[in-house]
Design a protein around this ligand. Sequence first.
Ligand code: FE
Length: 349
Amino acid sequence: MKSVKLSLKMTTQVLSGAVMAVTLWTGAASSADEVNLYSARQPFLMAPLIKEFTAKSGIKVNMVYLKKGMLERLKAEGANSPADLILTTDVGNLNNHLNADVLQATKSSILEANIPDQYRHPEGKWYGLTTRARIIFAHKTRVKIGEVTSYEDLAAPHMKGRVCTRSGKNVYNVSLLASIIEAKGEAAAEAWAKGLKANLARKPQGNDRAQVKAVFNGECDVSLGNTYYMGLMETNTKKPEQKDWAASVNVIFPNQKDRGTHTNISGAAVTKSAKNKANAIKFIEFLTSNKAQKIYAEDNFEYPVKAGVALHPVVSDWGTFKADDLHLSNVAKQRTLATKIMDRVRYDN
Ligand code: FE
């Protein structure tokens, strides 16, 4: 008996105000030489990776770029979802998919060899592909060398009125707080969040880059942000003012004398609905290859998850650092509590 063909409308999706060119679904969801990808990672980054993979494997990648709403879409589509795998950033987003039961466990000796244990789910339900550290940007002259060396310093009395951050609901900040819960316990983490809130120069607002702009403008002296944003600012020829923001701050990898810097991932996971599971695993394996890891490093200033792959020169200029050794799967489990703490300290109010 012939299987029912999925009728998938050809659409151009309008996402967050921007029109994104997407590969269109035109046929059945299962095919020997195809794989269907939902990606929260941008087309500019994915295009060279997909091109390389298809050239090497003969497997066509149908990608839908979903800046927002991926999980809602997967839940709505259920078992009929055409998606075989997802790509997204932060273990928080991966964990939300895990909790919604839209992912499945997979096993791959290649992935186990290429990805350090702490950056992949213990049962293979998600895999880290790149890492990014959540670091401190400190004004070059207003912050003295040694004045801020840890996340804890940001919450100390001497930083009163000198800190800018984005929302306490932001996925990156929730994961950072979750890592502090995991490392030091709930009470210490809540005291930290309270201290950080008390030190804010302004109400939380804007994205990671907007905090560095605020430091540049003199609104505050320090901010929190992910490493790749520094690379994007330092090299931004389209918006050269961002080079000035970047030039006004030093990069500080927090907690080098103790537990290390909170380091998160961008990652991939195979969906529960996958019809092309083997191809999905092949694609994830490819994304951890030397060639793909180099593309991530060169095009988006990320740290390769695989050992031995060269960094972008801009990134290596920041120096080496010690990442904390917490398993991100355990950090992810503290995210619900982290969100509650952010609410309890009224972080955004
Ligand atoms: Fe980001």
